[in-house]
Design a protein around this ligand. Structure first.
Ligand code: TXA
Ligand code: MG
Length: 355
């Protein structure tokens, strides 16, 4: 990747003035990071191939990983994709909101956006600041998550600044992201609707509108040798903190005891070790450098906190991390998809540690 010439990065609160500056920059082919309800996005005019290439350079993102096109009005899709009857149903049910739909593309979209695929990903975000920005520039905006490639997606403007300072001209601060994980990605371009990336809009929610919806095979496991990724983003190492994460599975009491023993062993060997545990276990694990991932009864809270916690672990230079897991159902499936990748799918059964 070519070195970038460092630039001055402004971090401004969302208001009329900063949004009109953002709209001017986007129209001028420059990059702007902005809040959405899922995570922060790094936007460029989706119709400007040079501007889109700037996204790949700023993130250090491989050019064969396509981008999502963000809109504020369905009429913007006319030159971008085919809108199938199923797509319309999903848009009626879940837009604006954390759902990305893969559809057959139209020729107006630059190949830089779609990585030369014959499909394109589209999403209408619900965050008021994202909507205001999309309206102000009235352009379709290509935007991946605003992290450097390989880092957890940013859920606060500060995370974007940590990754992008000197690389982009403007970050709009709209507070903490609500969902905290990236949008659900569903493909309607194949024979059957298929979830490529789980998120806040769950399989059950999608099935209530479409009937049966498949799950891509590699959501809870690594891609097998020679297996083709349905979504190119799945090929890459993702969401990894610098430290080594291990997931602990099993009955609640066993997991707490296993976390205690694993922590003690790692700390005893001189590691900067910690545990990621449910709020309910913070007290029992108070001597194990516990990081609260939210209540065991609320997967949405775990989703909301996950990326912030992973970034914190890097700031604290933790090198050995043991984490509890949530059941891979509903929003929990999205949590485990991200947490599994953060751990490179390294999992230990609590019973093996405690017995
Ligand atoms: O919540 C989100 O979706 C955030 C916010 C900013 O909207 N964006 C986001 O973008 O997460 P990104 O680029 O980090 O993830 C997009 C994912 C990638 O895994 C990419 O491979 C996949 O969507 N994708 C994009 N276009 C695709 C296509 N035509 N076919 C299959 N997968 C596609
Ligand atoms: Mg991303």
């Amino acid at each position: 990747m070519k070195d970038m010439i460092p630039m001055n990065t402004q971090l401004l609160p969302a208001n009329d003035e900063s949004l009109s500056l953002a709209a001017r920059l986007l129209a001028d082919g420059q990059l702007v990071a902005f809040p959405t309800e899922t995570v922060y996005g790094l936007g460029a005019n989706a119709l400007d191939a040079q501007a889109v290439l700037g996204i790949f350079a700023a993130k250090g993102r491989p050019g064969d990983n396509p981008l999502i096109v963000h809109i504020h009005d369905r009429r913007q899709l006319a030159d971008i994709c085919e809108v199938t009857p199923d797509a319309l149903r999903l848009m009626d049910a879940f837009w604006p909101g954390p759902l990305t739909i893969i559809l057959p593309r139209k020729p107006g979209v630059p190949n830089e956006v779609t990585a030369n695929l014959d499909t394109v990903a589209v999403r209408m975000p619900s965050h008021p600041v994202a909507q205001a920005l999309l309206r102000a520039c009235d352009l379709p905006i290509a935007a991946p998550s605003a992290n450097r490639s390989g880092k957890p997606s940013p859920t606060a403007a500060r995370h974007v600044f940590d990754d992008m300072d000197g690389r982009i001209p403007l970050i709009i601060d709209g507070g903490e992201s609500d969902v905290g994980l990236e949008s659900t990605v569903i493909s309607l371009a194949g024979d059957k609707p298929c979830i490529l990336r789980p998120g806040g809009i769950t399989q059950a929610m999608l099935e209530s509108v479409l009937g049966p919806v498949e799950l891509a095979g590699s959501i809870l496991r690594p891609l097998e040798k020679g297996e083709k990724a349905l979504s190119p983003g799945m090929m890459y190492k993702h969401y990894s903190p610098d430290g080594q994460v291990t997931l602990i599975e099993g009955a609640e009491a066993d997991v707490v005891e296993a976390l205690r023993r694993l922590y003690a062993h790692a700390a005893g060997e001189g590691h900067r070790a910690c545990v990621m545990c449910f709020t309910e276990h913070m007290d029992a694990l108070r001597d194990c450098a516990p990081h609260d991932i939210g209540s065991k009864t609320d997967a949405s809270e775990v989703a909301h906190r996950l990326f912030n916690t992973l970034r914190l672990l890097d700031e604290e230079k933790m090198d050995v991390i043991f984490s509890e897991v949530v059941p891979p159902e509903g929003v929990g499936l999205a949590v485990m998809n991200r947490l599994g990748r953060a751990a490179a799918f390294r999992t230990v059964q609590a019973k093996e540690i405690t017995s």
